[in-house]
Design a protein around this ligand. Structure first.
Ligand SMILES: Nc1ncnc2c1ncn2[C@@H]1O[C@H](COP(=O)(O)OP(=O)(O)O)[C@@H](O)[C@H]1O
Ligand code: SF4
Ligand SMILES: [Mg+2]
Length: 355
């Protein structure tokens, strides 16, 4: 930060502030097939040209069906993976191709919560060892010692500090995810990337873990990238939401713009699968069932990748890729920061009228 004095007084999500995370033209292709004698020319185009910014203090969510490239994006921004091309800038530093040694000090600031609290915790290590591991890795000696610091962290995430010597199998799924969260907090990170943090948990406890993350954000001044496969999970915690389809972002907007005024047919289809508690609104919302499977990211459809499943597709959708832009005229007009990659964006009332 160039002006640390404004840090505490600036409003949350100040739009003019340097973003904490900036992703530009991000691409990750995983080459496939081909022994050393055959030239491997095909690749899984897991992430294929993604741009977004995350402001300090906000929760930016990335939502899309399984296989659309969410985890790959998460691993790229946390630099667990190196991008094929494009740039990731964290807090003013280009980290896209930093060496392990240069990445090491940055790792304190960027942490990741994994989807599966069963496989992400070493079953042979005690909770104390797991949560304290970042101190050891980074050679940090917190005031009062590591044990005390770990017990404080356990309290912070709502676990009993006396359970320091227990093993992961002695805890429920929700408690294990709390252990994983405590571990990410050890080094006081600035950014936490949470990759479907509640997908593996029982529905009845998902809200508790989401609420915990929300409370921690307030308390510890955290910025989140929150990943989910359906729009309902992240609705109340998100400031802004990006919808991904086959390695690309198809729509980004402020939370209310995206949920109340979706413009991309894919976003509309995803929302139509979300239960709407208000019966009045439910009546007005046609349920759209997407036909066909998600195409393979090895050989994605040309131009608009959604054209094979889109009920609005026309010839141009198969030949010209729609850029991700704000819509400035016509009935489907969008507000600032609400961008859509579609030749024929959904207009307000369009679907209700059809029924
Ligand atoms: N290491 C890898 N090697 C090859 N393909 C991969 C690898 N990691 C992910 N993929 C593929 O990239 C695509 C996107 O995967 P992923 O980012 O995990 O999607 P999501 O998290 O949205 O389900 C999938 O087709 C997946 O099979
Ligand atoms: S560009 Fe065409 S195919 Fe793609 S989402 Fe829009 S209408 Fe559908
Ligand atoms: Mg994933």
């Amino acid at each position: 930060m160039t002006t640390p004095s404004t840090e505490t007084t600036a409003p949350r999500h100040a739009a003019d502030e340097e973003p904490l995370l900036k992703v530009e033209g991000l691409v990750k292709h995983f080459p496939i097939g081909g022994g050393f004698l055959s030239k491997s020319t095909s690749a899984v185009q897991a992430v294929d040209g993604v741009d977004f910014e995350v402001r300090k203090g906000e929760t930016f969510s990335i939502v899309g069906e399984s296989g659309c490239g969410k985890s790959t994006t998460a691993r790229l921004v946390t630099r667990l993976l190196e991008p094929t091309s494009g740039r990731v800038t964290f807090d003013g530093t280009d980290i896209s191709h930093l060496s392990d040694a240069k990445m090491r000090p940055m790792r304190r600031d960027i942490q990741m919560i994994f989807q599966d609290p069963y496989s992400s915790l070493n079953p042979r290590h005690t909770v104390g060892k797991i949560v304290g591991a970042p101190f050891k890795l980074q050679g940090v000696d917190p005031e009062g010692g590591r044990r005390k610091a770990v017990q404080e962290l356990l309290k912070t995430v709502g676990l009993n500090p006396e359970h320091y010597n227990r093993y992961p199998h002695e805890f429920s799924g929700g408690q294990r995810q709390r252990i994983g969260i405590a571990r990410t907090l050890a080094l006081k990170p600035k950014l936490i990337v949470a990759d479907e943090p509640v997908s593996a948990l029982d529905v009845s406890i998902q809200a508790q873990v989401v609420n915990l993350l929300e409370d921690l954000q307030e308390e510890l001044d955290l910025t989140y990238v929150m990943i989910a496969h359906d729009l309902s999970v992240v609705r109340h915690v998100s400031d802004r939401v990006a919808v991904m389809y086959l390695g690309k972002i198809v729509e980004i907007g402020e939370r209310d713009d995206l949920y109340d005024r979706p413009r991309h047919p894919y976003t509309v289809a995803m929302l139509s699968a979300v239960p709407v508690p208000d019966t009045k609104r439910r009546e007005n919302r046609e349920r759209i069932r997407l036909v066909g499977d998600v195409p393979s990211p090895i050989n994605p459809p040309p131009a608009c990748r959604f054209h094979t499943r889109c009920w609005k597709a026309q010839e141009i959708c198969r030949t010209e890729e729609p850029p991700l832009l704000q819509i400035t005229s016509g009935p489907a007009v969008t507000g600032p920061g609400h961008t859509v990659a579609c030749h024929f964006p959904v207009e307000p009332g369009e679907l209700a009228e059809k029924t």
